[in-house]
Structures are given as C-alpha cells and as structure tokens.
Design a protein around this ligand. Structure first.
Ligand SMILES: NC(=O)c1ccc[n+]([C@@H]2O[C@H](COP(=O)([O-])OP(=O)(O)OC[C@H]3O[C@@H](n4cnc5c(N)ncnc54)[C@H](OP(=O)(O)O)[C@@H]3O)[C@@H](O)[C@H]2O)c1
Length: 364
C-alpha cells in the first residue's frame, strides 16, 4: 500500500524541512519501504496543489520554497476533493493555525477515514475534553507527538502508561527552550533584558518575545500532557504565572517592550543571587499534581534545587519528569530532549507517519 499524504503549512520552516527529508531519506522509495510515502498535495495559507498520482520531488520542493499570502481557499474543499479521489490519506498539519485547523481536525476525524499527523498544538488545546478524547481515541489515525518537546517521547510515553494501566501521579517539566535559555543566562548573572534580546536575535523567541514570557505556550503543552494522561482539564483550569509581571505583557511595540524589560534587570539579578545562596536555581516549571483526586496544574517561575532533575537542565533543552504508580517520585521516568528544531521536528512528524502504517522498512 502507498501512504498518501497532504501537508498543510508546507512552505513553513517545519514543512519545508519535512518535504526535503521525505525525499532525501527515501520515504518514497518502494525498494526501501513496504508502504512508501507519496506526497499528493501541499498547502500554504494562500493556495494548494494536489496531484493524486503524487507530486514530483522537483515540484514539491519548489512549492515548499514559495511565499504565501492571503487565504484563498477553504480546507473543506481539499477534504471534499480528497474524499472523491483517495481511499487512504493522511493530512499533516505543520501550521500554527487555530480555530480553522481545530474544525478541520474534527471534521477529518469524525467524518472520514483519513488520518492526521500534527506538530500544531493549537487544535487539540482548543478542543473540549470530549472532543480531544474522541479524536485521540482514533487509534492509529491521529498522531500528535510533535505538539510537545518537538516529538520526543513525552506524549507517546503517556499514551503507553494509560494503555498499560499505570496511573500518572505527577508531571513536572520545563517545556520552553526560550525560557530555559533565559534561565541559564540569568544563572550566569547576566542581565535579563540583554539575554532576551540575544535569544530573539538567535531566533529562539517568537517575533514578539512576550509570547514566550507569558507562559501560555508552556500552559498549552502541559494541558496536552495532562489530557493525554486521561485528565479532564481545559485552559481555564490552569494557574499561569507569567515569567514577568503582567503589565509588561501589554506592551505591543516590540522595541518598547524590550526597552521596558531593562527595568527588571536588577530585580532578576537579586532573585538569582538569593536563590544561589540557598543552593537553588530559577526555572520556568509546569507542574501537574493532585489535591486528593483533583488534578492541579500550575505554571510559573520556581526556585528549585540546583541538583534536581529540572535544576540541572541547561540552555534550550526541555525535560519532563513523570511519576506513576510504577515510576515512583523517587525513581521517575525522565525524558530530556530538544524542545524545538526543524530537523528533529520534521523527523518526528515522519515517525508519526510511520506509526500509522502496518509495516515499515523492507529489510535491515
Ligand atoms: N519550529 C519548530 O522547531 C517546531 C517544533 C515543534 C512544533 N512546532 C510547531 O509546528 C508548527 C509549524 O512551525 P514552523 O516553525 O514551521 O512555523 P512557520 O514557519 O510559521 O510555518 C507555518 C506555516 O503554515 C502556514 N499556514 C498558516 N495557516 C495555514 C493554513 N490555514 N493552511 C495552510 N498553511 C497555513 C504559514 O503560512 P504564512 O507564513 O503565510 O502564515 C506558514 O508557512 C507550529 O504549530 C509550531 O508551534 C514547531
């Protein structure tokens, strides 16, 4: 069988890398794969191309390098066309679209036999818990490992724990490469505003760094992890303390925002020195615990022991510490991996695509 795929966001950073990897790594090669991949369509925000017999590598790679503009088509048109032409198809969502993609994911899962693989965390975080459960329960048809830690094993480990009947007792993690980078810089007693400027220059932050400093992105990730562990939670149930005071997050203009951050340099330095004197370090931590049976999720800056699993984390790396009945808090399951990165993310999208197949490589 051939695995037909259609990639939305094909001309974005992850999408472009994915298209290249698919050809370069031989996913389309029938001598290598029992079920080779066939790219039948690519979509940007403005348009899409679709060829039921498969796009040639030259056309696909050229398309993935084009710029997009205003939205000029409806996702439902693509789905309707696909319904008329394909028995099997997996849509890959490497966009950052929100409501539009949430509705599309639901439509595909509820009203077709097609699959989805996504690195976009917005659709699943915007669904109700019931919708989330309905979608991810379509075993083998919905892959979302790349929505957290660039596809490291966090989501899939939690799915396995659930299926193995090993109840999750707590999750703790640092899920922002940007905030990890900032915390490492602060630990070296560098000035806060300077580190943020540097992180932005290096492309580690969103175009407006307040997106990272608000903690909302981290909140979306712990929500997906908690829901994957089987908990009935939504964004409103989470307590989020931003990395910086709320007032600053309201500054629209990026340059004015970066200038205003200088006012926080001294207080950050004092906090860091105080923490150090106690053997602690500052980290931006997402934590899921329980009060009785009630799950409690808190996201915010914390002083934690420098020698703890999260305290030893440096730079842009992410880490998750999971305690279950079997992996006790004293001997938890720990996963450390890059939280972003185009090659890693594209490879893990391909891993999710492989997981939708019955059989994989032909021989070793
Ligand atoms: N970068 C990473 O290392 C990484 C790691 C893990 C997960 N992710 C996630 O992966 C997704 C893609 O990341 P990225 O870095 O590649 O972002 P990006 O460079 O901004 O790419 C997203 C692409 O999707 C396109 N797009 C937006 N809405 C669309 C729609 N409705 N239909 C089709 N295309 C649409 C965008 O077009 P326009 O440019 O015209 O808006 C853009 O080309 C995001 O959700 C991100 O959070 C990224």
């Amino acid at each position: 069988m051939i695995q037909n795929i259609f990639i939305f966001g094909a001309n974005g950073n992850v999408g472009r890398t994915l298209v290249r990897q698919i050809y370069e790594k031989g996913d389309t090669n029938p001598d290598k794969h029992k079920n080779p991949t066939r790219i039948v369509g690519l979509g940007s925000i403005s348009d899409y191309i679709l060829c039921p017999h498969g796009l040639s590598p030259e056309v696909a790679i050229a398309y993935s390098k084009t710029a997009s503009g205003e939205s000029r088509y409806a996702l439902s048109d693509v789905l309707n066309f696909a319904r008329s032409r394909f028995q099997q198809l997996t849509f890959v969502d490497v966009t950052a679209a929100r409501e539009l993609m949430r509705d599309f994911h639901l439509e595909v899962m509820d009203n077709s036999e097609f699959g989805i693989v996504t690195s976009n965390k917005n659709p699943l975080t915007m669904m109700t818990t019931d919708e989330f459960r309905r979608v991810v329960a379509k075993t083998g048809r919905y892959g979302y490992r790349c929505s957290v830690m660039a596809g490291a094993n966090a989501i899939n480990e939690l799915i396995d724990f659930r299926d193995l009947g090993d109840s999750v007792r707590g999750i703790e993690g640092c899920f922002s490469g940007t905030l990890g980078y900032i915390c490492t810089g602060l630990q070296q007693e560098r000035s806060f505003s300077e580190i943020v400027r540097e992180a932005r220059k290096l492309g580690y932050t969103e175009p407006h760094p307040r997106e990272d400093l608000s903690g909302k992105d981290v909140a979306k990730k712990i929500l997906l992890l908690a829901r994957t562990a089987g908990l009935d939670l939504s964004m409103e149930n989470l307590t989020i303390t931003p990395f910086i005071p709320l007032d600053y997050l309201g500054i629209e203009n990026t340059e004015q925002f970066l200038e205003a951050l200088e006012q926080l340099d001294i207080s950050f330095l004092k906090k860091i020195k105080k923490a150090k004197a106690r053997g602690n370090v500052l980290r931006y931590v997402a934590r899921l615990g329980f009060q009785g049976d009630k799950p409690v999720v808190e996201i915010g800056p914390r002083n934690i022991p420098a020698t703890s699993p999260l305290g030893t984390l440096t730079g842009t790396l992410n880490k998750i510490v999971i305690a279950t009945d079997t992996y006790t808090p004293e001997k938890p399951c720990i996963i450390e991996a890059p939280g972003a990165g185009l090659e890693v993310t594209a490879q893990n999208v391909r891993r999710d695509l492989l997981n939708q197949l019955q059989a994989r490589t032909i021989s070793f």
